[in-house]
Structures are given as structure tokens and as C-alpha cells.
Design a protein around this ligand. Structure first.
Ligand SMILES: NC(=O)c1ccc[n+]([C@@H]2O[C@H](COP(=O)([O-])OP(=O)(O)OC[C@H]3O[C@@H](n4cnc5c(N)ncnc54)[C@H](OP(=O)(O)O)[C@@H]3O)[C@@H](O)[C@H]2O)c1
Length: 319
């Protein structure tokens, strides 16, 4: 049984705990919170045997195989550094760090200490990625030329989204998925970016538009908002047809279409617990193989995305 410890008893930690509870090959053995009371309540809700009232106490637990770090973006660096220094393999929620400088420092430390570290950008690990890549490689839509995708959730009531101090804003929370979507299906590097952003009263990026040209001539138009609810569909258009992912992050189906929305073929994504199980299994397998990074989201790719996000935020004046 592979044993996970969760740091931060918040919203997404609950989904991770629920996922691990339903997995037969893994379990959550510990929750670490800044509050002992909160840790105990969380442990009670998900049948977790160990509840720690500090992150440091969890990091001392010798039985933990992987620490899943689910704290606000501004806290990723400190908590991950402490975990690596404690020798604990870790899976850090997206966005990996606040910026590329922090990311490079964490990756260098992990390599120096020989400790596994990965980013919990879950679509990277899910079967839909392989489904999409195979469809593209089959030539079913001809030559892919364009991506159009939206990701918009109204999460503007959340403190960690509004607050610049907690690393808020749409990009680090949602935009990161759009950039990853393009990188998951296209290998060509980004050669040009145009962007515009609307800020929230607190100064964080609320809504943004990013247009990227890849070196092979692919055009990606990406819309992102943490201030409204969107359809969150993604389309890859080719010379003879297009793929429609019914959800950018966790699609249930990928449709192959020709003209006028005629669906020629539908590929369903396999049944899942929540979709989080794939990232946990990827970490377990990488650690068992002695790797310091998951192959589905290698360190070089984390850094590439972090640099893109630095570039966008520098342009908006939100860095
Ligand atoms: N993969 C996904 O689908 C997904 C979805 C949403 C969010 N996320 C990511 O998960 C991470 C956490 O997001 P969330 O929505 O779970 O946030 P959340 O509900 O606010 O929970 C974050 C937890 O972090 C801990 N924390 C440590 N320092 C904190 C501070 N200074 N202020 C507030 N909380 C602090 C708290 O736990 P304790 O009080 O127990 O210490 C808190 O409950 C972020 O990186 C986010 O991008 C991922």
C-alpha cells in the first residue's frame, strides 16, 4: 500500500482524500494542518488514521511515501522546501510555484537532495491526453493548425484568488491549465505571445486573453477568467476537421467533427474516481523507478510553463 500524507486541510485536499479513500492500491495515512482541531475533523471525515496540528509534524512521519501539498500558491515554495529537506517525495498542487525563479530553486534542491518532486497538474496524467494525441497523430483532422479554448470559473469570492499576498489571480489558478493544454498536444515551442488582462480591484489578474503562435505556425487563442463562469470547451482545428474536448480540464468525451458540427466519431474517456488517481499513481511509479520527476510532467516542462506565466504577468504588471 502506497501511503500519502496531505498538507493543508482545504477544498482540494478534500477531493484528494476522497480519491485516495476509493483507491485500492493507495491510502491517505495522514493529514497536516496548521490547526490540530481542523486536522482531527478532516481525518474524521475521510477515515485518516493520523492527524497532525502542524506541517512540520507530518513531515516527521517516517511512514509517508508521498506528501501532497495543497496550500495557496504563495505557500508552495516554503512548504515544498521543508518537505524536500525532510527527505519526503512531494506532489505540489498547481501552479507549481509563484514564478520560474522559485520553481528552479525547488527543482535544484530536489535534485541535490535526491528527492522526487512533481506538479499536480492533473490533466497531464489522465488517459485523455493519450486519446487526444493518438487522434491527432492518426491524421483524422488533417494538419492541426489552431487551438481555441476557454477556462472560466467564478471563484472571485475566494480569499486565495483575490489576494495578491496568497498568489491570487486567474493565471496561476486556471490559466495554467490552458497553457498546459497547448503543450500537451503540440511539441513546437512558443514563438510569439500577445496578451491582454483585466485586473480585479485587488490588483490580481481577473480575466485574460492570450494568443500564442507556435514555431510550426499553430495559433492558440486562450481565454481565462476567475470572475465568471464559462463553457470551458477546447477545440483543436485541423485542415479537414476538428476535435472538441467537452471540458478543458477533465473531459468525458472527445468528438471528431467535420463541417457544421457533424460528429463523425466520439471517443469516451475511461471511467474514473475523480481523475486525481492518475497523478498519484504516476508519482508512485516514478518513485518506484528511482526517478526524481514524473515522466508525464517533467521538471523541464514545469519550468517552461512557469517562464511563460512570468512573461504574461510581467506584461500585465502583476508579477
Ligand atoms: N487540481 C485542482 O483541480 C485544483 C482545484 C482547486 C485548487 N487547486 C490548487 O490547490 C491549492 C489549494 O487550493 P484550495 O482551493 O484547496 O485552497 P483552500 O481551500 O483555501 O485551502 C488551502 C489550505 O492551505 C492551508 N494554508 C496554509 N497557509 C495558508 C494561508 N496563509 N492562508 C490560507 N490557507 C493556508 C490551509 O490549510 P490548514 O488551515 O489546514 O493549514 C487551507 O485550508 C492551490 O495551489 C490551488 O491552485 C487545485
Amino acid at each position: 500500500m502506497f501511503k500519502v500524507g496531505i498538507i493543508g486541510a482545504g477544498h482540494i485536499a478534500e477531493k484528494a482524500a476522497r480519491t485516495l479513500q476509493a483507491m485500492e492500491d493507495m491510502t491517505c495515512i495522514a493529514i497536516g494542518s496548521r490547526s490540530e482541531e481542523k486536522a482531527l475533523a478532516f481525518a474524521g471525515r475521510f477515515d485518516i488514521p493520523r492527524a497532525y496540528g502542524s506541517y512540520a509534524a507530518l513531515l516527521e512521519d517516517p511512514d509517508i511515501d508521498l506528501v501532497y501539498i495543497a496550500v495557496p500558491h504563495s505557500c508552495h515554495f516554503g512548504v515544498t522546501r521543508d518537505a524536500i529537506l525532510a527527505g519526503k517525495p512531494c506532489l505540489v498542487e498547481k501552479s507549481f510555484m509563484l514564478n520560474a525563479t522559485e520553481a528552479a530553486e525547488i527543482i535544484a534542491l530536489a535534485r541535490e537532495k535526491g528527492v522526487f518532486v512533481g506538479e499536480a497538474i492533473w490533466p497531464r496524467y489522465m488517459p485523455v491526453r493519450e486519446i487526444g494525441r493518438k487522434l491527432l497523430e492518426s491524421g483524422i483532422i488533417g494538419e492541426p493548425r489552431m487551438v481555441q479554448a476557454t477556462l472560466a470559473y467564478n471563484v472571485s469570492d475566494k480569499e486565495r484568488i483575490i489576494s495578491p499576498e496568497l498568489g491570487g489571480g486567474a493565471l496561476l489558478d486556471l490559466g495554467v491549465y490552458l497553457l498546459n493544454f497547448v503543450r500537451m498536444y503540440f511539441d513546437a515551442p512558443v514563438s510569439q505571445i500577445n496578451t491582454t488582462c483585466v485586473k480585479a480591484p485587488s490588483g490580481v489578474d481577473a480575466s485574460e486573453q492570450v494568443t500564442m503562435v507556435l514555431s510550426d505556425g499553430t495559433l492558440a487563442s486562450l481565454d481565462c477568467s476567475a470572475w465568471c463562469q464559462g463553457g470551458n470547451e477546447a477545440v483543436i482545428a485541423g485542415t479537414t476537421g476538428y476535435l472538441v474536448f467537452d471540458d478543458l480540464i477533465n473531459p468525458k468525451t472527445v468528438n471528431v467533427c467535420r463541417k457544421r458540427h457533424i460528429v463523425e466519431k466520439t471517443v469516451a474517456v475511461p471511467d474514473q474516481i475523480t481523475g486525481f488517481e492518475y497523478q498519484f499513481r504516476a508519482c508512485r511509479d516514478a518513485i518506484a523507478a528511482g526517478s526524481l520527476e514524473p515522466s508525464a510532467m517533467p521538471h523541464a516542462e514545469i519550468l517552461y510553463i512557469m517562464h511563460l506565466m512570468d512573461r504574461l504577468r510581467a506584461e500585465w504588471g502583476t508579477a
